[in-house]
Structure formats: C-alpha cells, structure tokens
Write a protein that binds this ligand. Structure first.
Ligand code: ACO
Length: 331
C-alpha cells in the first residue's frame, strides 16, 4: 500500500511587495532582509479570500493530474488563515469545484500542514474503505495576520496556495510527526475577543488574555527562539523519517523544506550532511506562506520537470505550535 502524487498546482497573487517597499514602511533595508532571511519579495492577496486562492491552485492541480473533480473522494485543506469560523474551507472548495463525491476536512497544523495532510491522505487511502483519490489544498493569507509596524515579522510573510492530487500507489510515504505544545507561546495570532451583549468589553479583554504579549489580532513571534528550535527540529525530523524509510538522508534526491528563512534551511541541511544542490528553495520570491510553501514548491518543481520517476523526495516543515513533521516518499 502507498501513495502516488498525480499532479500539483500553485497560485500566487499578482501583487508583489519587494524589500524596497518595506524600506518605506518600517526601519529596515533590502540588505538586512536579504542577508538575514533570503527573501527579496512576497506575493500579497489584496483582500482575496483564502478559499479563492486555494480553488485556483486546486483547479490547476486537477488539470495537471488529469483527474476530474467528480473523481475526488476526499479534500483536505490546510490553513491557519481560514476565511470563516464556519463553514470549513474544504467544504467551500468542494462546492465550488463541484466535487460532489468528496468529503472535506480542514486541518490547522501551521507551516507543517502539508506534511500532516499527506500523512493523513495516505492513512485514509490505506484504510481501504473507498477513499482512493485525495486533493490536498494548502492556502494561506498570512498578510492578514501581519502587523506592518513590527519589522521583525512583517518582512517575512506572503500569501498564496498550493494543491496536490494524491492517489493510491505502490510506494509508502514514511512520516515522522511531532508537537511540542509547551512552546505554543512562541508564535501566535489571536482570533476575535469575546463579543456578546452579556459581557462588558473590559471583562472580555481580561478573560481573553491567554498568552503574555498584547498583539491585538496580529501575529506575535519570538523569532530567535523559533530559529534555534527550527534548525534542530528540521534536521532531526527528516532524519527520523529517513530512518523509517530505511535510507540515509544522503540517498534523498530532492529535499523540499518549509521556506521560513534561508539560514534555517542551510543550517539544517549542514546538520544532515546533505549536498545543498539537492534542496529546493524559492523563498527569495515568495517569503513564508506557511503551509502553502511546500506544495507551491512541488508544483514549481513538477512544472520545471525537476522530479523524475522513482526519485526519493523528502519534505520537512515546522511552525506555530510548535508543530513539525517530515515525510519521505518515492515519486
Ligand atoms: N530590519 C532591520 N533590522 C531588523 C529587522 C528588520 N526587518 N528585524 C529585526 N531587526 C533587528 C532587531 O531589532 C535586532 O536589533 P538589535 O540588535 O538592535 O536589538 C537585530 O535586527 C537582530 O534581531 P534578531 O531578532 O536577533 O534577528 P535574527 O537574526 O534572529 O532574525 C528573524 C530575525 C528573521 C525573525 C529570525 O529570527 C527567524 O527567521 N526566525 C524564525 C522565523 C520562523 O521560522 N518562523 C516559522 C514559522 S511561522 C508560522 O508558523 C506562522
């Protein structure tokens, strides 16, 4: 039992914000951003809904996979920036696609979302009760959570979506997944404060203080601490996924890491002892689009014809939670 990736799609909004644009709004410079993060530009959604970006990527993935919406049995959407409390993104996308035979589930696993969704897709397919074709859509509107007065976070994030069609296949994907919830205060963005006619505003605000930093609806991130944890977690998680697959990290033909910071990627790869030519990086053009990073990379790699049949691929992600995970599979 196993899975096969049939096709992928990506959508990045047209509007681009360059490092030079950020020089005009916060005390920063192109040199600092490029040197400390590897980012040159990011795509910005300009109010477009998360599901709408996901839908565009999904349609492209279905076309590239030569699969119809009616053939889908399950749609998994990964996002930390859903448009609604309800309904779920997967239900909206199912309706817009006309995928009447598919059930839909949303998962919130931050930047590790795609890795968790791929693992989940395989488990559903393996269970053998009729789910054979799965669409994973990872769509993020990160710029909705960004505080454009906070130079340490606002330069990092962009918007976009990636989608992948997964079918039953010959090769098993081996995953290593983990969570350290004791570190949940390192990155967060609040949903709305309580707002009902029986609660005083002051009381509501007092009761809704969970984590220490006041950020309103914006993101908080302790960048340097996340940085040091991310470097260790990425290397060890991918190593453990390789151990499960009974290969060494060196045997991987291609590694697609979460695109948070080029320095995190380079340090983690050094720790693994893998050649950096095997690592796909597009952070320069997209910034961090949370769970959409990995499937957007996959769609670009497939379009560029950079993956060949039977090659071994490693995916690794980490993010708010702290949540992390890696998957190793044969293409
Ligand atoms: N421009 C200029 N200077 C800046 C900027 C900026 N945009 N941002 C911070 N600085 C300054 C700081 O104020 C500080 O100045 P000081 O020394 O005078 O106090 C100095 O640069 C160094 O700041 P650090 O925070 O130590 O910089 P660092 O090298 O750690 O880079 C960064 C910051 C890029 C945020 C890094 O820590 C990082 O990438 N962290 C991990 C982020 C991440 O991976 N997030 C993952 C998940 S996101 C999610 O799950 C939603």
């Amino acid at each position: 039992m196993g899975i096969k990736i049939k096709g992928a799609g990506a959508y990045l909004p047209e509007k681009i914000a360059t490092n030079e644009d950020f020089e005009k709004i916060v005390d920063t410079s192109n040199e600092w951003i490029l040197k400390r993060t590897g980012i040159k530009q990011r795509h910005i959604s300009q109010g477009e809904f998360t599901f709408s970006m996901g839908l565009k990527a999904a349609k492209q993935a279905l076309k590239n996979a030569n699969v119809t919406a009616q053939q889908l049995d399950l749609i998994i959407v990964t996002t930390v920036t859903a448009d609604f409390y309800f309904p779920s993104m997967s239900n909206v996308i199912q309706g817009k696609l006309g995928a009447e035979n598919a059930i839909g589930i949303d998962i919130s696993c931050a930047c590790a979302g795609f890795v968790y969704a791929l693992d989940m897709a395989q488990r559903y397919i393996d269970f053998g009760d009729g789910i054979n074709t799965v669409l994973i859509v990872s769509a993020e509107n990160m710029t909705k959570t960004v505080n454009y007065k906070d130079r340490s976070t606002c330069v990092l994030f962009g918007d976009g979506a990636g989608a992948v069609v997964v079918e039953k296949g010959e090769n098993k994907a081996y995953s290593h997944l983990g969570v350290d919830g004791t570190q949940a205060e390192l990155i967060y963005a609040h949903l709305f404060a309580p707002n009902n006619c029986f609660t005083e505003k002051e009381e509501a605000l007092k009761n809704s203080k969970v984590f220490p930093n006041e950020t309103g609806r914006f993101m908080f991130m302790d960048g340097p601490v996340v940085y040091s944890l991310a470097v260790k977690i990425m290397a060890s998680s991918l190593k453990k996924a390789c151990e499960k697959a009974k290969i060494s990290p060196n045997e991987l033909d291609l590694i697609i890491p979460h695109q948070a910071n080029i320095r995190i990627i380079e340090t983690a790869i050094k720790k693994l002892g893998v050649q950096k030519e095997k690592v796909y990086v597009n952070i320069e053009k997209t910034g961090n689009i949370s769970s959409a990073c990995i499937p957007v990379c996959l769609a670009q790699i497939l379009k560029e014809g950079k993956i060949k049949e039977n090659q071994k691929i490693g995916l690794v992600g980490f993010g708010a939670g702290m949540i992390y995970g890696a998957t190793v599979f044969t293409f």
